[in-house]
Design a protein around this ligand. Structure first.
Ligand code: FAQ
Length: 311
């Protein structure tokens, strides 16, 4: 413990200023940031798979180009976030090892399959929409590299959300079959998207401390409510129904009430028993092994450049 460092850290947090990598910080603060930022990075990387599934089958060249750009954006987000986590002392190899061994968490949402093209719309509208609600406040996270990475990520997520909304709008206004495909997809993604915000506040062990450290700015339930309030009018524009019979405007609260979510399903997914957990990890392992030669070549090139410089 460094008393002067501790005092400076407490001052920065109290003044709502930024902590930078070289500053002294409590071990628990460092640990919770590594946990959250690495989980977030893993989510972006695993999150490429459900949409990657449709790149070769996109309904037009234009849709394919847009989808490819979006999936590449997710890779970029993963890289910004791994870099932010590395400033805290954890290595990229360590994080990757934890992901492919199944030890690390990543967002529950990416363990659901994408059987139809409409799922590209639902992921953009609901999953990126939820991601934006959760991540805009993270732009003000107290840890500098995380907050700065989030600014850029949020700009790109806004484009992702619009492209998803537009896919659904197109389908919803298309043939009866297309409309039905859009509705069926929204029916599957609605509840899992609400679960992205994490467990209810009463069951969220990390929230209080993360809020005291200005990492999280709002509780899981507050952000979930904000998301529900945002998507209800958007669903009306889409001409689609949200699959929740309890969804109702509450005049007194000034918010929409919504039904209880199936938290058993959430727990099962977190334990690795969701519909697509096994295949997601299997694909990530294959990609990691298949990419070994690229890492070796990059390392050999870097070593040769370094020895040429020293010579
Ligand atoms: N899935 O005490 P809390 C995207 C875990 S968006 C899995 O409330 P915390 C964009 C939590 O880690 C998705 N696990 O935890 C995209 C903790 O376990 P631990 C990624 C979850 O950290 C779109 C335990 O439950 N976004 O990728 C989930 O205070 C389309 C107790 O929970 C982020 O990661 C969940 N949904 O709050 C990409 C945002 N929820 O670690 C491709 C940054 C909770 O103690 C395509 N993260 N858990 O073992 C956060 O804001 C927070 O970490 C929360 C959880 C809000 C997710």
């Amino acid at each position: 413990e460094d008393p002067a460092g501790r005092a400076r850290f407490d001052e920065l947090i109290a003044a709502d200023q930024r902590v930078e990598p070289a500053d002294w910080m409590p071990d628990a603060y460092r640990k919770t940031l590594v946990r959250q930022i690495s989980q977030h990075a893993h989510s972006e990387i695993i999150g490429m798979q459900p949409e990657g599934n449709w790149i070769t089958r996109a309904p037009s060249l234009k849709r394919k180009a847009i989808l490819m750009a979006k999936v590449q954006d997710e890779a970029g987000h993963g890289l910004y976030l791994y870099s932010a986590a590395q400033t805290l002392g954890v290595t990229r190899d360590r994080m990757t090892e934890d992901l492919i061994s199944g030890k690390a968490k990543y967002s529950s949402i990416f363990n659901y399959p994408t059987p139809t093209w409409a799922d590209m719309g639902s992921i953009g509208w609901l999953v990126d929409g939820a991601a934006i609600c959760n991540q805009v406040p993270l732009c003000r996270a107290s840890f500098g590299p995380y907050g700065r990475a989030m600014v850029r990520i949020c700009k790109e997520e806004s484009f992702h959300q619009r492209q998803g909304f537009e896919i659904l709008l197109h389908l919803s206004r298309g043939t009866a079959e297309q409309h039905e495909m859009a509705q069926e997809s929204v029916n599957r993604w609605y509840a899992p998207a609400l679960m992205m915000f994490g467990p209810p506040d009463a069951d969220s062990p990390n929230s209080a401390q993360s809020m005291a450290w200005n990492i999280k700015r709002f509780s899981n339930d507050d952000l979930r409510q904000r998301f529900v309030d945002m998507i209800v009018p958007q669903a009306e524009v889409l001409g689609l129904t949200l699959p929740d019979p309890d969804l109702k405007w509450n005049e007194e609260r000034g918010h929409y009430d919504y039904g209880e979510l199936d938290w058993n399903e959430f727990t099962e997914v977190l334990k690795g028993r969701g519909p697509a957990n096994a295949i997601r990890l299997e694909r990530r392992r294959e990609a990691h092994e298949g990419g070994a030669w690229v890492r070796e070549a990059a390392a050999a090139y870097a070593a040769r450049e370094a020895s040429a410089r020293d010579a």
